[in-house]
Design a protein around this ligand. Structure first.
Ligand code: PXL
Length: 276
């Protein structure tokens, strides 16, 4: 039977991020996608000033009970932007509503460019860490990885040795596979380090010199979809990077709040179906 994935993250009604990216992207990969919205915001928080925030934490246990009564189970759980009070209800959902051997993909969405996103306190990373410790696949950017490990993030200039120390420390807290984004050893290239705890492999693309919001969500969603379709983790990580680059290139310069990932969906479908 085809595998079914549950994704838990917010709905930012406007802004091309979180669930409005994950659902279309993972569905386009041909994977049944069940959603649990953790909150509803009028827009995302990355540059909009007047966002509303409807917290759906109180619904999480009720939704879990409903799924348990219906005997519904998921073969993978992928979590993104969530709040501190949602960590325990999410762990309960994962414990009770996933199949044995289900894959846990955690994107510890909370920070970028050296800073926590608005709305997260300094103690949030230690709370998010509880969701990360048993992840099968953890997809932090470099800022998130530093915060999870209680380190001061650097904006640039990580050496290969520093990158590999961060990866080793993430394995030490219990993460099985690390997909670390935002790695750069060369001014013209940006990439990802993929580690299964034994081997670290790097994939680089030409750096596109533009600040783009929501690329992390496109990245993690393509990765999750490709993994569910049988891509090895390194290939899923490299495909995700290619699709993010295509999405950025398809985005007009004045489109500041997100990336036009919709334009990259035909390429995504073609690459998923060809297995490359
Ligand atoms: O793209 C990550 C993200 C998801 N959800 C909300 C956000 C952000 C980043 O700013 O604000 C609500």
């Amino acid at each position: 039977m085809d595998k079914r994935l549950l994704t838990i993250q917010d709905v930012s009604c406007f802004g091309q991020c979180s669930l409005t990216v994950a659902l279309p992207v993972i569905s386009a990969c041909g994977v049944e996608t069940v959603i649990l919205p953790s909150a509803v915001l009028s827009t995302h928080t990355g540059g909009f000033q007047h966002y509303t925030f409807r917290d759906l934490t109180a619904d999480m246990a009720k939704i879990r009970e409903s799924w348990q009564k219906e005997n519904l189970h998921f073969d993978a759980a992928y979590t993104g932007y969530v709040c501190a009070d949602q960590i325990d209800p999410i762990l309960e959902i994962i414990q009770n509503c996933t199949t044995s051997g289900a894959i846990r993909i955690v994107d510890p969405v909370m920070a970028d460019n050296g800073k926590l996103y608005p709305g997260f306190d300094a103690d949030f990373p230690q709370k998010m860490k509880r969701l990360c410790v048993n992840a099968d696949y953890l997809l932090p950017n470099l800022t998130e990885a530093a915060f999870l490990l209680g380190k001061e993030p650097k904006l640039t200039g990580y050496t290969r040795e520093e990158i590999e120390t961060i990866i080793a420390e993430l394995h030490t807290i219990g993460v099985k596979n690390v997909i670390l984004t935002g790695v750069s050893f060369d001014a013209d290239k940006l990439g990802v380090a993929v580690s299964d705890g034994k081997t670290i492999r790097y994939d680089f693309n030409d750096k596109i010199d533009r600040a783009s919001h929501g690329t992390g969500d496109v990245y993690a969603s393509v990765f999750a979809g490709a993994l569910m379709r049988g891509f090895p983790a390194f290939n899923a990580a490299a495909l995700a990077a290619d699709i993010v680059c295509s999405a950025i290139r398809a985005t007009p310069a004045d489109h500041w709040y997100g990336v036009c990932f919709e334009k990259a969906i035909p390429e995504l479908v073609q690459r998923i179906e060809s297995g490359k």
